[in-house]
Structures are given as structure tokens and as C-alpha cells.
Design a protein around this ligand. Structure first.
Ligand code: 5AD
Ligand code: FES
Length: 327
């Protein structure tokens, strides 16, 4: 699509139902009715960065910080494999304690379990990405968050958007399945810039794109800002499906936080992936990127059976394979 076409659809609420149905049928035709599950392990909430929207930003002194031991991470992954997950996602804040050696050790150990492995640990150097790949990592998630240069600079003190772009192109060139995405509803974000975000996903040829509404966190500078609009986030997701028909698109947890049926609505509007939480209950609440995170008191077993029932209730099935991008 051309930029103007995307802007027109984003600005016109009479086109919503058409868009959601269209994205659902493109999803069906290109990636089928299977839903891929990815088991998420939040292994450290320690972060050196200052993203203004994120509850884990380093200057938030209200969060109790934690780091899991290597053995704990491995046993959560093993539990995930026993529950039937074929992909494990390792996510953390930007925590330098987990250096290249430690990460490579964790990656190669988990790779003995016959699973696909995704990393979501932030901006690293080319050589670090290369080492993780060599250790066995298959995929990497790094949202661009916004392609609007001024908004990016405002939201990310001491960070450079050029570095973020470079990281994403590095990941692509190293052969990772590369995931990116954006927040919808950041202060002063425009529909023009959301259209640019979608064009960027296309330019990168992203293999996965996660879209979520912004949810203000009490202990951040954006505490008094309005939350993002669920339906606008859904529209950005559906438009992403139309423009990148064969990629993997998660129904994000942030969508479920704003709408009790958010993930099912997303699965019916273009999404084909869900990322249930594998972190143990004692740490879940502490990984508070935004408030109102779902399932914070549930065990991994519960999340697994709950999502399975929901997926089956809409006539979809759970994939038994690794869930790489369909080419
Ligand atoms: N609301 C919604 N999503 C958020 N993220 C960070 N902070 C928030 C928030 N307040 C998202 C970012 C990040 C992902 C892990 O969580 O897009 O990439
Ligand atoms: Fe941690 Fe944003 S505060 S990545």
C-alpha cells in the first residue's frame, strides 16, 4: 500500500470492520488456521535504559529487581517444552550482567531441548548478535517502537534511532528471523507516523511484527498520559497483515490488558501467534513493563490450557511445529 492509503484507512472508522475481515482472510490464505504458541521467560527485569513509557526503566526505584539463575531459566524452558511449546522466548531488560558468555551458555543449553529459540534482550553489538546466533538462537525481537525521529528521541533519553535501525538490519543480515513492531498511542504520535511504521516493517522485510497499545505506568514520566486506543492498535496490526501477508503476527498481551477479549479479537483480525507466559508466579508481577498485565497470579500450566481453550473456541488449532515464517 501507499502511505496515503494507509493513512486514509487509519483515519476512517467506517472501514474498521472491512479491514478486520480482510486481514482475517489474508491471514487464512497465507499462513493458515494454525496458531503458533511461544513460551515467554522474563529472566531479568534489570534494565540500564530510560524509555519513558516503560515500568522497568532504570530510574524507577519502586520495582523490586530480580535476575533468574541460569539453572532456573533452563528449568522454566524445560517445563515449557513439556507443556508442548516449540519456541522459547528469552526476554529481559538491557542487563549487562548477562554478558555474551553467559547468554551463549544459556542459549546452547536450551537448544538441546529441540526448540526454536527467540531472544528479546535489546540493543547489542553485531559481534554479540553473531555469537548468539552461533550458539543457536533462531529469532530476535526488537521493536522499533516508533519510526518518528522526534518522538523516538523524546521517548528514549540517551538513545539513538540510527542504532536501533542498525541493530535490526544487523539481525537480518545475520540470518535471524527478525521481529519488530511499534507502540500505538504514544503522546503526540500521528497516524502519518503509524503509516511510516508499517512501511518500515515492509522495508526491513520483518519476519514478525508485534503491535501493542501504549499503557501508562504510574512510576514513569508518562503516568498522566492517555492510554492508547485498542481499536487503533488493532487497525495497525491488521494493516501490517495486509502489507506483509506471510509473516508471524502475535496477538499481544497489551491488547488483552485493554480489552478482556483482546487476543481473540486480534486472532480474528490478522494475528496468528500468542506468547503465553512461562515465568514462575513469584516473578511475574515484578516484570511490570505496564500495569494491569494479565495472568500475574497464574502458573504456566494454567496459561497454557487457558489459551488452548480460547483458540479452539474460535475454530483454530495449535501448531505442532516450530512456527518459522512461511515462505
Ligand atoms: N505500554 C505498552 N507496551 C509497552 N512496552 C514498553 N512499555 C510499554 C507500555 N507502557 C512494550 C515495548 C517493548 C515491549 C517489550 O513492551 O514496545 O518493546
Ligand atoms: Fe528497559 Fe525500556 S526501560 S528497554
Amino acid at each position: 500500500m501507499k502511505k496515503q492509503e494507509i493513512i486514509d484507512i487509519l483515519s476512517d472508522s467506517t472501514k474498521n470492520d472491512w479491514l478486520f475481515k480482510k486481514a482475517d482472510s489474508v491471514r487464512h490464505n497465507f499462513v493458515g488456521d494454525e496458531v503458533h504458541l511461544r513460551g515467554l521467560i522474563e529472566f531479568s527485569n534489570i534494565c540500564k535504559r530510560q524509555c519513558k513509557y516503560c515500568g522497568l526503566r532504570s530510574s524507577n526505584k519502586e520495582v523490586e529487581r530480580y535476575r533468574l539463575l541460569e539453572d532456573e531459566i533452563f528449568s522454566l524452558a524445560k517445563n515449557g517444552v513439556q507443556l508442548g511449546y516449540r519456541t522459547i522466548v528469552l526476554q529481559s531488560g538491557e542487563d549487562d550482567y548477562f554478558d555474551t558468555d553467559k547468554m551463549c551458555r544459556i542459549i546452547s543449553k536450551i537448544k538441546t531441548l529441540d526448540v526454536a529459540l527467540t531472544l528479546s534482550i535489546g540493543e547489542k553489538t553485531f559481534d554479540e548478535y553473531k555469537a548468539f546466533k552461533k550458539a543457536g538462537a533462531n529469532r530476535y525481537l526488537l521493536r522499533i517502537e516508533t519510526t518518528d525521529k522526534n518522538l523516538y528521541a523524546d521517548m528514549h533519553p540517551n538513545a539513538k534511532i540510527e542504532n536501533r535501525f542498525n541493530c535490526l538490519y544487523d539481525l537480518k543480515s545475520l540470518g535471524y528471523e527478525t521481529g519488530t513492531g511499534c507502540l500505538v498511542g504514544l503522546p503526540n504520535q500521528t497516524v502519518e507516523s503509524l503509516a511510516e511504521d508499517i512501511l518500515f516493517f515492509k522495508d526491513l522485510d520483518a519476519d514478525m511484527v508485534g503491535i501493542g497499545p501504549f499503557i501508562p505506568h504510574e512510576h514513569t514520566p508518562l503516568k498522566n498520559t492517555d492510554k492508547g486506543d485498542f481499536w487503533l492498535a488493532l487497525k495497525v496490526m491488521s494493516l501490517t497483515r495486509l502489507n506483509l501477508p506471510n509473516i508471524n503476527i502475535p496477538a499481544t498481551t497489551a491488547m488483552e490488558t485493554l480489552n478482556p477479549n483482546g487476543r481473540i479479537i486480534a486472532l480474528n483480525s490478522g494475528a496468528n501467534v500468542v506468547m503465553p507466559n512461562l515465568t514462575s508466579t513469584e516473578y511475574r508481577a515484578k516484570y511490570e513493563i505496564y500495569p494491569g498485565k494479565i495472568c500475574i497470579n497464574d502458573q504456566p500450566e494454567k496459561c497454557r490450557s487457558c489459551i488452548e481453550a480460547k483458540i479452539k473456541s474460535i475454530g483454530r488449532t495449535i501448531s505442532k511445529d516450530y512456527g518459522f515464517r512461511k515462505r
